[in-house]
Design a protein around this ligand. Structure first.
Ligand code: UD1
Ligand code: CA
Length: 480
């Protein structure tokens, strides 16, 4: 089994990075700025809660920060703050309120109250979600007690970004914001990503001296670079090798672009691991996928949460699969929704089948079109090929559920269990009113509504008898 989830390598990396850092450097505090309003998103939802690949933007950044093995993660929140905190209340981070949005320097300063002098501080942004562990580890390695490291990027269109001003010898001198830049500075292509690493004691001192004497009247974090240079503290730039990792989200168009970046990354990993994709641009992975060999995924499939696909599994077009496991050699035909199911090997599913949580299928089970399965077990070789509902049912092996069979599990107040033993056949359009047990080998006649136990090995009919009325005449219209 191979697993795919780009840039989320988890605890092993965290331990490795933490160990490498502990050997060489100061403890790490990560500050994530998330106080922005995000007006341009034109959404009632705070920007950092907008979902990317099914997770809030801020959650991506927190997850990545964790892989660096920090001592603490400080999230600076502001606008819509209570919603942000509530949505991410289980995250092991500290929250600092920035009551007034006075600029990035002011925001970092709020978090500095909780960060000891001996720490190295890494500043990240809640709206730059795809920043990767490798790039950050590289940046941290460049920082030290007398060194600030700064992540920059070469932008084709630098509009809106702070520009990196270098000396004739190529040393970083300072950062100039777009709104404060001269004509010559505006032509600089190297831009500030905003991400930097800096020793805490120095950062605290510099931030305390930052003044809002700029065109926006804000306390700029970026002003600390010139302060460092003045104090002969080296500024080590790192030009981001992968620009997609430092792109921010300001509007829905940028959010969609990053979703496409994520999609392409996931698809590429799966392809390189041997999965066949009908179209890498039409698969969405919003979680963690594990898979065996020779798996085939057709177009427009969405995989969410933890999805496990056995060897030679085939997923048809348009399937949505969430937190489910699918056994080897199972084929899922197009347009199935599978949520919280455990599907055995060699099954045929769909098209147009729906699984709700706690559906468990043995091997060789067939579930056909317009069949819904909820909290039910189906033993090996059982079939429900057309138009059926199985809820809270325990089916044995080789059971055949006829078209239109409904397990009536709900009496309007409580849900009850239906037991259907091995080799039962239910006729078309039968209703099994729970709680009820259908004995092994029983046959239920088509159109029956059974409300009492059905004995094993016999035919049970529970419908009005067919009668034919001799001599009956069809009425005819009266003549006028
Ligand atoms: C900032 C940088 C700029 C850089 C750009 C990269 C400064 C002064 N400028 O500009 O050099 O090129 O990011 O995207 O730092 N925030 C707060 N509280 C505040 C202000 C901002 O938490 O008081 C947060 C925002 O939510 C956002 C981040 O800080 O996540 C950046 O703020 P923003 O106003 O977008 O800065 P830019 O003008 O884009
Ligand atoms: Ca911005």
């Amino acid at each position: 089994m191979r697993s795919t989830r780009p840039s989320k390598r988890g605890s092993r990396d965290a331990r490795r990075t933490a160990a490498a850092r502990a050997a060489s450097a100061a403890p790490l505090s990560v500050v994530i700025l998330a106080a922005g309003e995000g007006k341009r998103m034109k959404s009632a939802r705070p920007k950092v809660l907008q979902p990317l690949a099914g997770r809030p933007l801020l959650k991506h950044v927190i997850d990545t920060a964790h892989t660096l093995g920090p001592s603490a993660i400080q999230v600076v929140y502001g606008h819509g703050g209570e919603r942000v905190r509530a949505a991410l209340k289980d995250e092991p981070v500290s929250w600092t309120l920035q009551a007034e949005r006075l600029g990035t320097g002011h925001a970092v300063l709020q978090a500095m109250q909780h960060i000891p002098d001996g720490h190295l501080v890494l500043v990240l942004y809640g709206d730059v979600p795809l920043i990767g562990r490798a790039q950050l580890a590289q940046l941290l390695a460049l920082a030290g007690p007398r060194r600030v490291s700064l992540l920059t990027m070469r932008a084709d269109d630098p509009a809106g970004y702070g520009r990196i001003v270098r000396s004739a010898r190529g040393l970083v001198q300072r950062i100039v914001e777009q709104k404060d830049a001269t004509e010559a500075q505006l032509a600089i292509r190297e831009c500030n990503t905003g991400v930097l690493a800096c020793p805490a004691q120095r950062l605290r001192g510099w931030l305390a001296r930052v003044k809002p004497d700029n065109s926006q009247g804000e306390y700029y974090l970026t002003d600390v670079i010139a302060m460092a240079v003045k104090e002969k503290i080296a500024v080590q730039p790192l030009i981001a090798p992968r620009i997609s990792e430092v792109l921010g989200v300001n509007d829905q168009a940028q959010l969609a672009e990053l979703e496409a970046v994520w999609r392409a990354r996931c698809a590429r990993e799966l392809l390189l691991e041997g999965v066949t994709l009908a179209d890498p641009a039409r698969l969405d992975v919003r979680g963690l996928v594990s898979h065996g060999t020779d798996v085939f995924i057709d177009v427009n499939v969405v995989l969410e949460g933890r999805v496990v696909l056995g060897d030679r599994v085939r997923l048809g077009a348009g399937c949505v699969i969430r937190n489910s496991e699918i056994g080897a050699d199972t084929e899922v035909f197009p347009h199935c929704v599978i949520d919280g199911a455990l599907i055995g090997p060699g099954c045929n599913i769909g098209p147009f089948a729906r699984f709700r949580p706690a559906a468990t299928l043995g091997s060789g089970v067939h579930i056909g079109n317009f069949v819904e399965v909820k909290n039910s077990q189906l033993g090996a070789g059982s079939k429900a090929n057309h138009l059926a509902y199985l809820g809270d049912a325990r089916l044995g092996e080789r059971v055949n559920i006829g078209a239109g069979t409904i397990v009536a599990n709900y009496d309007g107040a409580n849900k009850h269990t239906t037991v259907i033993e091995d080799d039962v056949h239910t006729g078309s359009n039968s209703v099994l009113v729970a709680p009820i047990t259908v004995g092994a080998g029983a046959t239920i006649a088509a159109g029956s509504t059974v409300t009492h136990a059905v004995p094993a090995g016999k035919l049970t009919v529970a419908r009005a008898r067919q009668a034919t009325i001799e001599g009956w005449r069809r009425p005819v219209k009266n003549k006028k």
